[in-house]
Ligand binder design. Structure first.
Ligand code: URA
Length: 237
């Protein structure tokens, strides 16, 4: 990796800023002042800036976490509630959640330390499908299902077409699966409220080709390179 990128990835400066540090003679490689701005850093090199060692950039890692309800999807919570970070405390890399699930929503959450990957997945143009399982009180009408499919006004925004499957239906409760390609704040809850059925339980069961599989609530697993590549391939835009 080029020395300026190496310094930038360590969070010390932008690449241009790194070039200036090199020009100013503040960068040393294996003890000697670096004179060559295009130097390629080797894994065994010891790089210092102003005498302070830089560590190699963290390896990119990707995890699927089964978030239980009752955990906030933030890195820290001023109110002291349990956060998803508590569930991944033994992962050494500095990972963070890709997007978010509401406090009371459970299900699949991807976590990574790869900013480019997180941005690609979360960008509105990504259009990656997210499937939710939704439990509501009462029997849902055919008309309400049609409205969810066609798009509903959730207050200043009309949702685009969605796949909606009715899994179970009786007088007391309905269980549905909905696939959306947008990620507005509390979108699924707002969609069901708009058709007169506040959500009682909400769980995300997949993001693109990645499902919960055999994960148990509160547990995580590492994604393999194929899974990561496939997810990226499913992002449009
Ligand atoms: N839609 C919601 O309403 N809540 C979530 O957590 C995710 C999608």
């Amino acid at each position: 990796m080029r020395i300026n990128k190496f310094i930038a990835q360590a969070g010390l400066a932008s690449r241009r800023g790194a070039d200036k540090l090199i020009e100013a003679g503040r960068v040393r490689v294996n003890g000697g002042v670096l004179l060559e701005p295009g130097y390629d850093v080797r894994p065994e090199d010891q790089v210092t800036v102003d005498g302070k060692p830089l560590s190699a950039p963290e390896k990119k890692v990707y995890y699927a976490l089964y978030k239980p309800a009752g955990y906030v999807t933030t890195v820290s919570d001023p109110q002291g509630r349990p956060t998803v970070m508590d569930l991944v405390a033994d992962i050494p890399e500095r990972i963070y959640p890709v997007g978010r699930l509401d406090l009371q929503t459970s299900g699949l959450l991807i976590m990574t330390n790869d900013g480019d990957f997180a941005r690609a997945l979360m960008h509105p143009s990504s259009q990656i499908g997210k499937v939710y399982r939704v439990l509501i009180a009462g029997g849902i009408s055919k008309e309400a299902v049609s409205r969810l499919r066609a798009g509903v006004d959730i207050g200043g925004f009309v949702t685009s077409r969605a796949r909606v499957d009715l899994l179970h239906w009786d007088r007391h409760a309905s269980l549905l699966e909905i696939e959306i390609h947008e990620g507005k704040n509390r979108q699924v809850r707002r969609m069901f409220k708009a058709v007169g059925h506040p959500v009682e339980q909400l769980e995300r069961i997949s993001i693109g080709s990645l499902g919960l599989g055999r994960l148990r609530p509160g547990k995580y697993r590492r994604l393999n390179p194929d899974e990561v590549r496939r997810l990226l391939g499913e992002c449009h835009g």
